[in-house]
Design a binder for this molecule. Structure first.
Ligand SMILES: C[S@@+](CC[C@H](N)C(=O)[O-])C[C@H]1O[C@@H](n2cnc3c(N)ncnc32)[C@H](O)[C@@H]1O
Length: 249
């Protein structure tokens, strides 16, 4: 089969939870794709990205496959965990099967595909097997953008230098980052709050931080006093925004 006859893969950002935050383009692409392959974090759970997408686009006429991608840390430039690599390869096989039958596949993914998303691991696994495929990336609204909007505080303003951190860092690296940058977005912070609050307290930054849990969803929680979040069983959809500086008039 020539590349022209192949189906197209769409990596579709569906935003952080509220289906109304999907872009018009995401909706159009999802509507037009006969096959959806959606990632899920728990073997017996369901795909959050699929739930968001299905909030506005009917799946009645779709072939939908939810695939499990284990939640394991990836250290770039190091050999990735074998179970994780297998899940990427398995998903790549499923996608390629459809593309090679001339069928378009949509891969809905939480937030934006470019930010800590399985979508790019999948793409890398596909490109290992098949040198060239037709792929379109549809950007989505990131969780941090939605969280910033929800609390009415910008991510960066003026000369703020902003950094984004998956909260899996050891304390020293996080301390350096908090010292260096004016604004910090901490993602995947749900199991790390005790450690993070301790560090922020020590650095006098606790009052500059707001935690947003399940932003835009019916059970959303905003912690303006982040100490009250310590000891809570926070959802994985939790983001901590820290901004040190203020506008001076
Ligand atoms: C694997 S990353 C995916 C990020 C996503 N690709 C994006 O563009 O925002 C998952 C992290 O995104 C953040 N997140 C996703 N949805 C969220 C929501 N509705 N509210 C708060 N944080 C969210 C959390 O920090 C979570 O641990």
């Amino acid at each position: 089969m020539t590349i022209e006859q192949q189906g197209r893969l769409y990596l579709v950002g569906v935003g952080p939870g509220d289906p109304e935050l999907m872009t018009f383009k995401a909706i159009k692409v999802l509507e037009a794709s006969p096959v959806w392959i959606a990632p899920k974090a728990q073997k017996n759970g369901s795909s959050s990205a699929l739930q968001i997408a299905a909030g506005l686009v009917s799946v009645d006429d779709k072939e939908v496959l939810e695939l499990h991608f284990p939640m394991k840390k990836v250290h770039l430039n190091q050999q990735a965990d074998a179970e994780l690599v297998n899940s990427w390869k398995d998903a790549a096989d499923h996608v390629l099967k459809h593309l090679n039958n001339g069928i378009d596949v949509a891969f809905p993914t939480l937030g934006d595909p470019a930010l800590y998303s399985t979508a790019f691991y999948l793409l890398a696994a596909i490109e290992e097997q098949c040198e060239s495929i037709k792929v379109t990336i549809v950007p989505g609204i990131t969780a941090m953008a939605a969280c910033s909007a929800k609390i009415g505080n910008p991510l960066g303003l003026g000369d703020d230098v902003v950094t984004i951190v998956p909260a899996a860092f050891d304390d020293d690296r996080l301390r350096d980052i908090l010292n260096t940058f004016d604004a910090v977005v901490l993602m995947k912070v749900y199991k790390k709050m005790a450690r993070v609050v301790e560090l922020l307290d020590e650095m006098g930054l606790t009052d500059k931080a707001v935690l947003i849990e399940r932003c835009g969803l019916p059970d959303q929680q905003i912690y303006t006093d982040i100490r009250t979040a310590v000891g809570k069983d926070l959802h994985y959809f939790s983001t901590l925004l820290i901004r040190k500086k203020q506008v001076v008039m």
